[in-house]
Write a protein that binds this ligand. Structure first.
Ligand code: DSN
Length: 448
């Protein structure tokens, strides 16, 4: 399939960047746990004529003419979302996860209301009330934390909920490697009359695949992005559960109105089509196998890293994600290890760990995960190889230590120069390339 011939002729600069990005994805190991590779069908819908159409409103109730086919696309996406998650209401229009979460606040809270979410450096998300996010400024945010063993401190959640009587509690993660205890969160939320919103952005594919408990019975509202384990285009959805409609029968309409006219204009119909396709793919039996393999791979990778003496937050994983604690090698070395892994062809992200002794820009952890590698077809045997390669890289740079603020810029410049010519990292880079060639990505895509 020769894609992008016209793009190459029209804009060689952007074409070259896209072609290089395809090469980067093909020749490296993508291990950022919030990333994945969509199917070609999803990309075709995302790049289709649907991007040309305005359609403010909802199926059957639009502010523009000519929406008969857009209605089919959006209704199909909504119905498929309701079916795979077992919920009575779905809105597929949020532009991405952050606006979806903001819409939930605007639908059920008033400015100044108390809300609770998992603290950012304990694995929560910016939009769950972090002080630098508008959600931590418009609302009175009371964050909860993890225990010293890295698991969510449900005793603290209960105590804080009783003391502060929140209107809304978030159960959702971006850097937490264990099962989210939705049932326990529901007991706490119900006991204080709060709404429970489950943000399953990271784990929605695992929920559909049956390898993570679904929040559908426990939460009132569910939000998710669509491009992570779900393997769709970049977008998001908000769902209301039966329990949510029992608490407020108008919750669905309130969310619809918050999205449009409250917060957004025209929906991104090309994305909606991609979401519909991803949901169809996720409803097939092979997706269950895929989700199971993501977790099996994550466990195998965690086991190999542990066997090589690398410390993991909580000691392991229940989901698609692993959080490496680099404090045995010093404080704030996440950036250095991220750069070294990048030089060896492995893409991960530096991340804070609970009670990080350093800062979010120079954190002491590395977050990585297996969804994208699993999409390429890799299994436990390959995870052992990947674990060894990561451990080899960490071992190679363990003598480096991020210095104090004044010396950092120069130190990092010198560090990058040294790793660029490091022979052991180059040797790992060739092992990475050899592994990538065994699991080709998008072999059917031929760019001119
Ligand atoms: N940026 C996403 C992640 O990487 O988890 C969350 O918004």
């Amino acid at each position: 399939m020769e894609w992008f011939k016209q793009l190459k002729d029209t804009d060689p600069e952007i074409f070259d960047a896209i072609k290089s990005e395809l090469g980067r994805q093909r020749d490296g190991l993508e291990m950022i746990p919030s990333e994945n590779f969509t199917s070609i069908a999803v990309m075709q819908a995302s790049g289709s004529v649907l991007t040309n159409k305005y359609s403010e409103g909802y199926p059957g109730k639009r502010y523009y003419g000519g929406n008969q086919f857009i209605d089919v696309v959006e209704s199909t996406a909504r119905e498929r979302a309701k079916k795979v998650f077992g919920v009575p209401y779905a809105n597929v229009q949020p532009y991405s996860g952050s606006p979806a979460n903001l819409a939930v606040y605007m639908a059920v809270c008033k400015p100044g209301d108390v809300i609770m979410g998992q603290n950012l450096s304990d694995g929560g998300h910016l939009t769950h009330g972090f002080k630098g996010s508008v959600t931590g400024q418009i609302f009175k945010s009371v964050p909860y934390h993890v225990r010293p063993d890295g698991y969510i401190d449900l005793d603290e959640v209960k105590r804080l909920a009783e003391e502060n009587k929140p209107v809304l509690i978030w159960a959702g993660i971006t850097a937490y490697t264990r099962e989210v205890p939705f049932e326990e969160f529901a007991k706490i939320a119900d006991s204080v009359g709060a709404y429970l919103a489950a943000d399953i952005s990271h784990i929605s594919g695992l929920v559909i695949g049956g390898v993570h408990k679904s929040p559908a019975k426990y939460a009132h509202i569910i939000t998710t992005t669509t491009h992570k384990t779900l393997r769709g285009p970049r977008g998001a959805m908000i769902m209301v559960t039966e329990k949510g409609l029992q608490k407020d029968p108008e919750l669905g309409e309130k969310i619809d109105k918050t999205i449009i006219p409250g917060m957004q204009g025209g929906p991104h119909n090309h994305t909606t089509a991609g979401i519909a396709i991803a949901l169809l793919e996720a409803s097939r039996p092979e997706f269950k196998e895929y989700a199971k393999q993501i977790v099996a791979n994550s466990r195998a990778l965690a086991a190999q890293l542990s066997a090589r003496g690398i410390k993991l937050v909580t000691g392991g994983t229940d989901n698609h994600m692993i959080l490496i604690d680099l404090t045995p090698f010093g404080k704030g070395n996440g950036l250095l290890v991220q750069e070294a892994l990048d030089a060896a062809g492995m893409t991960v992200n530096k991340n804070t760990i609970p009670n990080d002794p350093s800062s979010p820009f120079y954190p002491s952890g590395i977050r990585l995960g297996t969804p994208a590698l699993t999409t390429r077809g890799m299994k436990e045997g390959e995870m052992k190889e990947v674990g060894d390669m990561i451990a080899d890289v960490i071992s190679e740079v363990k003598g480096y230590q991020l210095p104090g603020k004044e010396e950092r810029v120069e130190y990092i410049r010198k560090f990058k120069g040294e790793i660029a010519s490091n022979r052991r990292l180059a040797e790992v880079r060739s092992r990475v390339l050899e592994l990538c060639k065994r699991f080709p990505l998008y072999p059917e895509l031929e760019l001119p």
